[in-house]
Design a protein around this ligand. Structure first.
Ligand code: ADP
Ligand code: ADP
Length: 232
């Protein structure tokens, strides 16, 4: 399990003459077992924050990032975490189950035999409620199922930390709630899950254990979802 914490995190971009703050002195902590939302309008700095924490933007970043109380080793952390982008690139002509088994072959290699890979895949299919869709080719999945498959594929090697860039974008209210509730299940399994969301409905953000509101590169609110409304 990994607890990720950060102090005085800033991110600046510069063209040589002028530099500009994209993130300004943000503090926080994401704990194992918890689902955290990074909320805020488009352009607020949400994906920059996820990228800096995940270790994909190093130049221009400052502040202290720790895992379990120790300074984070970027290279190690990139191996321990998964970053799920907004546009998943699923192979079009294979079924959910085939895609999962292929991911298991790729990611678990020869370390596990076929029977054990099937067990791993089966657990994830159940966890993300993809049972009904298991024989559907990816092209024919609903938006919500596609997102859940993209998440499922990243769970194969059991990452302790998962970042998601706006996993609910393009989904209706029902599919968004399902997705977020399932992410909470994923977190409860002993993972640290952080996702960015813009303009969530009230019903949606009550699911999150912890909420950060980013506005113009600053943290405008950090706390439970109960207190967040005035800050959105
Ligand atoms: P969000 O995910 O909340 O929509 P982003 O993190 O993508 O926001 O972007 C925050 C702001 O930082 C935006 O105004 C964006 O244009 C700017 N930005 C991000 N990266 C760079 C960069 N490398 N150079 C210049 N501006 C950037
Ligand atoms: P692997 O070979 O282990 O699958 P990849 O290099 O394909 O590794 O990707 C590792 C992870 O890093 C993936 O979760 C991917 O989405 C993420 N990733 C790669 N490049 C970036 C980036 N520039 N910004 C954010 N996430 C990234």
């Amino acid at each position: 399990p990994i607890n990720l914490s950060f102090q005085d995190l800033s991110y600046t971009v510069s063209n040589g003459k002028v530099s500009k703050f994209i993130l300004r002195s943000i503090n926080g902590e994401f704990r194992s077992g918890q689902l955290t939302a990074i909320l805020g309008p488009s352009g607020a700095g949400k994906s920059t924050l996820l990228n800096v924490l995940a270790g994909y933007r190093v130049l221009g970043a400052s502040g202290v990032i720790s895992t379990n109380g120790n300074p984070r080793d970027v290279n190690l952390f990139r191996k321990l975490s998964r970053y799920i982008m907004q546009d998943d690139l699923l192979q079009p002509l294979i079924t959910v189950q085939e895609a999962m088994l292929m991911a298991a072959d790729l990611k678990l290699g020869d370390n596990l035999d076929r029977a054990k890979k099937t067990v791993v895949v089966e657990e994830i299919i159940q966890l993300l409620r993809l049972n009904k869709a298991r024989n559907t080719v990816t092209e024919n999945l609903s938006g919500g199922e596609r997102k859940r498959l993209a998440i499922a594929l990243e769970l194969v090697n059991n990452p302790p930390v998962i970042f998601l860039d706006e996993p609910t974008t393009g989904l209706d209210d029902v599919a968004s709630s399902t997705c977020v509730s399932l992410l909470k299940r994923v977190a409860r399994g002993g993972r640290t899950v952080i996702c960015s969301v813009h303009t969530p409905s009230a019903r949606l953000f009550s699911v999150f254990d912890q909420v950060y509101v980013v506005a113009d590169g600053r943290c405008a609110y950090q706390g439970t979802s109960a207190g967040v409304v005035p800050f959105l």
